[in-house]
Design a protein around this ligand. Structure first.
Ligand code: PMP
Length: 360
């Protein structure tokens, strides 16, 4: 099999060990004679597996007991609507940090819900989202502040919370969850689509402080964190296969030394590429301020769209796949999630050096 390096932003590369394990137990899960996709979600084969996945995630992120861990569907995007419905009960008012595309999508969906108000508390629009707003101040009459902790398209990230007040923080960690250490206690809720740093699409992780949704009005079952929590995320058929693969990834992460070890490796990988970008005469990253640079999504450009295009085509031919930047910003983007190997970054830099020489 050809060795390729998959720089996709999501769905993204998974650990090879995990894929091999999936392969080895696909036909008969735990000698049941059935695959994990064919078993009942009411069977102990499923409940044991889901219970273990939650326990491992709790261990990896050091999640306190007063937080529920939910395994949901609908992607991170569904949480743009469910977080307001479940958490914005007192003031029906949500503050947003406008840090780019996904933060804006989250605000738009919140605003569409009747009876809720959304406000921009801070924005980095003026820097074209190459920086992030910090030192955010808020009045107390907001139910929560929404922060996109890692901006997948723009390549910026918060390593620390930019807000220290009493309003709970809801963090979209879709493209950084388990890749950088965060203190769960700093958040009222964390959510993330699985398909970047965790597993297959179809699973969304929600980590939410129980007291924050106790006052919510009764909601339809699939909208309700309270009902999902009461049924351990199995009030209807859960995405069994996605949860199973996520569980294997959690085990793999524990074996690798957990999130601190992942963060260390991610810092090393990112540093290699940023150092090269900073020294290159051809390539550069739009995120010039080091403190805002993402560990997992690194955008870069040559400044000439035709050369960018040529680079992407030639990289592809050299098994460096999915380097095309998001259609909104163009250029290139290298996503270096937990499962992305350091050798892939080294190969990319080698190729960029060669390309730079050839362009002259
Ligand atoms: N938030 C962020 C930060 C993202 O990167 C993405 C997906 N690229 C989303 C939300 C939307 O995720 P999903 O496709 O799981 O709805």
């Amino acid at each position: 099999m050809t060795q390729v390096y998959n720089f996709a932003a999501g769905p993204a590369v998974l650990p090879a060990e995990v894929l091999r394990q999936v392969q080895s137990e696909l036909i008969s899960y735990k000698n049941s004679g059935m695959s994990i996709m064919e078993i009942s979600h009411r069977s102990s084969l499923y409940t044991d597996m889901a219970f273990q996945a939650e326990a491992d995630l709790r261990k990896l992120m050091n999640i306190p007991a007063e937080y529920d861990v939910l395994f949901l569907q609908g992607g991170a995007t569904l949480q743009f609507a469910l977080a307001p419905l479940n958490l914005a009960n007192k003031y029906h008012k949500i503050a947003f940090a406008d840090t780019g595309h996904w933060a804006q999508r989250a605000q738009e969906d919140g605003q569409l819900l009747s009876g809720y108000t959304t406000e921009v508390a801070a924005s980095s629009k003026l820097s074209n989202y190459t920086e992030l707003p910090s030192g955010i101040e808020l009045a107390k009459n907001y139910d929560y502040l929404h922060l996109t902790m890692n901006n997948t398209i723009e390549g910026t990230m918060y390593k620390d919370l930019p807000y220290k007040g009493d309003v709970p923080v809801v963090g979209d960690l879709s493209s950084i969850i388990l890749g950088q250490e965060y203190n769960v206690n700093d958040f009222g809720m964390i959510y993330a689509g699985a398909q970047k740093n965790i597993g297959p699409a179809g699973l969304t992780i929600v980590i939410v402080k129980h007291t924050l949704f106790e006052e919510a009005p009764e909601l339809p079952a699939m909208f309700s964190y309270a009902k999902q929590a009461a049924k351990h995320s199995a009030l209807n058929t859960p995405p069994v296969f996605a949860i199973y693969v996520a569980g294997l990834v959690f085990k793999w992460l524990l074996q690798q030394g957990g999130v601190s070890q992942m963060q260390r490796r991610n810092e090393e990988k990112a540093q290699l590429l940023y150092d090269y970008l900073d020294s290159s005469k051809l390539f550069s990253t739009p995120v010039t301020e080091k403190k805002w640079r993402s560990l997992t999504n690194i955008p870069f450009v040559t400044g000439d769209k035709a050369i960018d295009k040529r680079f992407i085509v030639q990289a592809q031919a050299n098994n460096l796949l999915n380097l095309k930047g998001h259609r909104l910003v163009g250029g290139m983007r290298a996503s270096l999630y937990n499962a992305f190997p350091r050798t892939g970054v080294e190969k990319l830099i080698e190729f960029m050096q060669k390309f730079e020489k050839a362009v002259g």
